[in-house]
Each structure stands twice: as C-alpha cells, then as structure tokens.
Design a protein around this ligand. Structure first.
Ligand SMILES: Nc1ncnc2c1ncn2[C@@H]1O[C@H](COP(=O)(O)OP(=O)(O)OP(=O)(O)O)[C@@H](O)[C@H]1O
Length: 599
C-alpha cells in the first residue's frame, strides 16, 4: 500500500498515447459475394467520430453496424467472398491494422477472458505486457483502473465461465473494457457493450465510458441495441443506419428528435426516442410504406454536407503514434508461462482426476496382462501374442492420454489467444512456446506414473535400468506426439465437440497402419505409405525392439522379424520424435494462419 501512495502522482494519462484522435471515413463501401449474387452491406458512407465524445451507432438488426465497426478497426480482410473500398483515417491520416493497435483498442461483444484468473490478475497481466514503467507504476495503474471501473469489490474474484463460478455479467463487461483500457488507448471501439446487461448496469457502463471520453479526451465509438431513455441522453454523437446507409448523423439527444420532427416524424412525449426511431425505420407504422428512400434523400441533402465539412475540420496534422509499447519475446513467454502454470494449479480436480486415471489404467492393464511369461519361462506363441497386444495397446493409451485433454481444453484457450494476440498483447511465438512448455509437464508425468505400474505388474523386460528407461522414454515421446496432435486439432476447431468427433477419423487409419493389426510388409503399395505417418508404428516398433532384446537369451522365434520391423529401437524413437516436431510445427503454422483470419 505504501508503494501505491508513493507513486500516486505518476502521470497515468501520458503512459503511451497522449494524443487525441478523430476517426473519419469517406465513401466506405462493403460488398459480400453470396449465393444469390453481390450483396451491398455498406453503401458508400461518410462519417466522423470526434475525440472527447461518445458516439453510438444504431440501427435495426442487419443494417450494417458491426460491419462498419469492423471495417474501421481493420478487422475485415479482402477475400474472394468480401470486398471493400473507401478511405479510413485517424487525424486525417489513413491507417492500417498494425497502426490501429498503436492508438486504439477493440472490445468484442463476447467477453473472452481466462476464467480461472481474478479481475486484478487480468489487469496485472495486461499492464505487464502493454505498458511501460516500473513495477510500482504498473501496480498503481492496475489499482487506478480497478477504481475507475468500480471493480474494487470483485477484484479478487475469478472471472468465471462455464465450469467456474465467477463475477456478474456487468463486472465481466467492465473487466473486458478495463483489460483494453490499461494501455491507455486514445480511441476505443466497442461492439454492443450493453448486450445482456440489465438497464441500470447498462446505464452505469455507458456513463462510465462518457466520463472516460470527457475527462481524458478519448474517442469512444460503439454499436448499441435498444438503449434506454437514460442511456439515449448520454450520447454525444449518433449515427442511424438503415440497409447499409446512414439516415442520420449528428448530435444526439434533442437535435435528432428535432431533425425527425422536421421530416414529419414527431416523437410522442412519453416514448423513448430510440424505440420510436427504430419503429419508423422498420417502415410499418402509420402509412405502412417504405420510407427509406425519403430518409436517405433528406440525409444526403441536409446532413451529408455538414458531415463533409466536419471531416474537413477534424484533427489535422496531429501525428498518430507509430508504435505501441512492445515487450520482448522472452518476457512475453515468461509472463504467459506464469499464467498457464497458475491456470494449471487452479484446476486441482483435473490434476487429481488425471492422476487417478493413470493409476487406474496402470492397474487395469497390469491385472489383464499379469506376469506374462518372458524368455526365461518358456513362452509360447500365445504368450508372445499377449505381449504384443499389451505393447500395442500401450502405444494407444499413451497417445490418447494427452490427445483428448488437449483437444477438449485448447479451443477455449484458443479464443483467449486470438483475442489477446489481436489486441497485440503478445505474438503467436511466445504464446505457443509458453503453452507447450507448461503443458509438457503433465503430458509427461501421467504417462510415467501408469507406465511404472504396468511395467512391474506385466513383467516387462527389466534386465537392466537402460531397458526400463528406454520404455519410459518411448512412452513420453509418444505421449508428447499425442499432445502435439491435440494442439493441432484444438487449433483447427473452435468447438471441442467437433474436434473430438473427428478424432476417430484420424486415429483409425493411424492405428490400422501400426503393423499390429496387419503386418507392415503386407500393405498394398498404393495405401501402405500411410504407415510412415503413423506414430503408432514407430512407438510400437521401439517398444517391441526394446522388449524382445534379452542378452544371451532368445525367444523360440524372433518376434521382431515376425512383425517385420526393420528399424532399430533408437531409429524408431528418432522418427517418432520427428513426428512430434512435425505435428507441433503444423499446429504452430495453423495457429499463426488462424490469427490472420480472425474475422
Ligand atoms: N461476410 C459476410 N457475408 C455475407 N453477408 C454478410 C457478411 N457480413 C455481414 N453480412 C450481412 O450484412 C448485413 C449486415 O450485417 P451486420 O452484422 O453488420 O449487421 P448489424 O447491424 O450489426 O446486425 P445486428 O444488429 O443483428 O448485429 C447482414 O445482413 C449480414 O447478414
């Protein structure tokens, strides 16, 4: 606390972006190629958002509000499905996606945050990665953000989510906003910040944004549905959209009511103006005719010239920041790894469940394959078949042990990654490295536990420590290969159900080509190449070579020859490790590609 007092007077305002930013756009057009033809989503709109004001974009569902916001934030890329044109400027200087994050932040409609982190920890994470200054200054910034967003009471509570009880919807939204505000952006865009909130919480939030805009001279722009009368009165600037065009742009409050009165649409005294305007835009009241052309003509004649003049007069010559605060690769890796470890430790139930699962699998397999006769016990062909069965099933168990948990948990973390990466908290490299390093710990511990249990129960080859060590090493590499493939599946699919439903499609051919169900040398050439991609084949080969290598003692026939394995145990494990590297690299490439296609 004394530290906080000491740094109380630091200049939090000027941390990164002391500038004021006006956002303007001219002749913005946005098209989508649909099955029925080219669809116009934005129809050549012009506009301006001034600093020190809150600007609300309103309109019926499907009128193009979110599309406009996304274009201004450069969150839409030109593809063969969508195309856009026009000029988008900050202080009359056009900006790209990278420059956008130097002065602005975007708060998505969904509050995507780490559910087992507290509100304060979220802000601390953001402060470490997004702001300059000493540790004390960062702590003071966190304290100030919590205070200004009125989150003191819940600062030490978990964010919460599907499985963890957490803070309320309003607190969650404010945390989401605070997470972006920590870096002190000059401009903040929000997509429907009040959706899902009760009217009082929604009012408090917009009021807070208004104070933020007024007191700090920031530019606040948001889309909103059905604002209450109280919220309506807070808007400084309003854009009304209909079918991809603007039908009003200008001051909120009485001015907009006066404008529509002048067109013959007088808002009844007891009506909420926002509701009334939505009604007249829906074209079904009074004379039930489509007035959209009428509104548009009036906008073009009366308001558009004023807007053009405002665009001309918006901030000129004030440079937009050309870089944002950037931490190093290793600092990002360290901070993300610390957070991953914290999340891991906060799920003791998952840890315990996986521990008991490992013991259970070890005991079950141990009981089924109890003390199989080895080369000293005159084994029969049947005993060798049993031993092969155990070794093959062990390759599958090790693989699945990590594949399933990472496929199920990664999609939720992937959403947080995409959000944080997009907001330039870190880059994909440090994230992937930190996540892999932390996830490797359980990915190795549990396979070792159950492998040790089965080893002694099934009487596997323990002629020397090296053989036991090689068995454990192979199990760990196989388990890591499962983890890498899990990362790949988790990166590819946002829905864990889809990822898990598609897993058998991949697993089946890989295990069919392991050499256990059908001898490796018996596959037809046109399809037999699949075996070279199968981690099961190399793991099974390494385990079998290790198992059947007794010094001086021979099995009645050579099981390795029977299985047609022609790689040595070390060659097999090297290929298996290479497959791990291949899968983890593919997962990394997929995640890197994915972040480019966020929209
Ligand atoms: N990529 C796209 N491909 C095809 N149509 C699209 C695409 N993006 C948006 N649209 C269409 O453009 C219109 C405007 O969409 P947008 O999401 O901007 O509307 P909105 O005003 O934000 O709606 P809501 O209030 O319901 O969120 C909708 O009809 C939508 O279906």
């Amino acid at each position: 606390m004394s530290n906080l007092k000491q740094v109380k007077n630091i200049d939090l305002e000027n941390q990164i972006n002391p500038q004021t930013i006006d956002i303007s756009f001219k002749n913005l057009q946005y098209y989508a190629n649909t099955k029925t033809g080219k669809k116009c989503i934005l129809n050549g709109v012009d506009g301006v958002f001034k600093s020190g004001q809150i600007s609300a974009i309103l309109g019926p569902s499907g009128s193009g509000k979110t599309s406009l916001l996304n274009l201004l934030c450069h969150r839409i890329k030109k593809t063969n499905k969508v195309d856009f044109s026009g000029e988008i400027c900050a202080n009359n200087i056009s900006y790209n996606s990278k420059q956008f994050s130097n002065f602005a932040s975007y708060v998505m409609q969904d509050d995507i945050l780490m559910e087992t982190m507290t509100v304060k920890e979220c802000f601390q994470f953001a402060a470490k990665l997004k702001t300059a200054g000493t540790q004390e200054q960062k702590e003071a910034l966190v304290h100030e953000t919590i205070r200004s967003l009125k989150l003191e009471k819940c600062q030490d509570n978990f964010i919460g989510g599907l499985f963890v009880k957490g803070i309320s919807g309003g607190e969650r939204k404010r945390t989401s906003i605070g997470f972006e505000l920590i870096s002190n952006p000059a401009c903040i865009f929000l997509d429907e910040p009040t959706s899902g909130l009760d009217s009082f919480t929604a009012y408090s939030l917009i009021h807070l944004l208004k104070q933020f805009a007024q007191n700090k001279n920031k530019t606040v722009i948001f889309t909103i549905h059905q604002p209450s009368f109280d919220i309506w009165n807070l808007f400084d600037h309003v854009i009304l959209m209909q079918q991809g065009s603007f039908i009003y742009q200008g001051p909120g409050n009485n001015k907009i009511i006066e404008y529509f009165s002048s067109l013959g649409y007088k808002c009844p005294i007891k009506s909420n103006p926002a509701d009334y305007l939505m009604k007249i835009m829906s074209q079904t009241i009074d004379n039930k005719i489509d007035n959209s052309q009428f509104y548009l003509e009036n906008y073009n004649n009366k308001l558009k010239p004023i807007i053009s003049e405002m665009i001309q007069n918006s901030n000129h010559g004030i440079q937009i920041p050309d870089s944002h605060y950037q931490t190093t690769f290793w600092f990002q890796t360290k901070e993300i790894a610390k957070r991953q470890l914290k999340i891991f430790k906060r799920n003791p139930l998952v840890f315990k469940a996986r521990f008991f699962q490992s013991i259970f699998i070890g005991l079950l397999f141990g009981a089924i394959y109890w003390q199989i006769p080895g080369p000293y016990d005159n084994p029969t062909q049947r005993d060798i078949n049993d031993r092969n069965g155990l070794l093959f099933f062990w390759t599958t168990a090790m693989f699945m042990m990590n594949l399933k948990p990472s496929i199920l948990t990664f999609p939720a973390q992937r959403a947080v990654f995409l959000r944080e990466e997009n907001s330039k908290f870190y880059t994909v490299g440090p994230y992937f490295l930190a996540k892999t390093l932390v996830d490797i710990i359980p990915a190795i511990i549990f396979p070792i536990i159950c492998s040790l249990v089965i080893y002694w129960m099934a009487n596997l080859n323990h002629q020397d420590a090296g053989t036991v060590f090689f068995f454990l090493l192979t199990c760990c590499v196989q388990a890591l290969t499962g983890l890498a493939l899990g990362f790949f599946g988790g990166s590819a699919f946002s829905n864990p159900k889809t990822a898990s439903a598609l897993t058998p499609l991949l697993m089946m051919p890989l295990s069919l080509f392991s050499g256990f169900y059908k001898n490796s040398s018996d596959f037809a050439a046109w399809i037999g190449w699949i075996q070279y991609l199968s981690p099961f084949k190399y793991c099974f080969s390494a385990l079998a070579q290790n198992e059947y290598s007794y010094d001086g003692i021979e099995y009645p026939f050579n099981p390795i020859k029977q299985l047609s394995f022609n790689l040595s145990k070390w060659e097999s494990i090297i290929v298996l490790a290479s497959l791990f590297v291949l899968f983890i690299t593919l997962a990394f490439i997929l995640l890197s590609t994915l972040k480019k296609r966020l929209q």
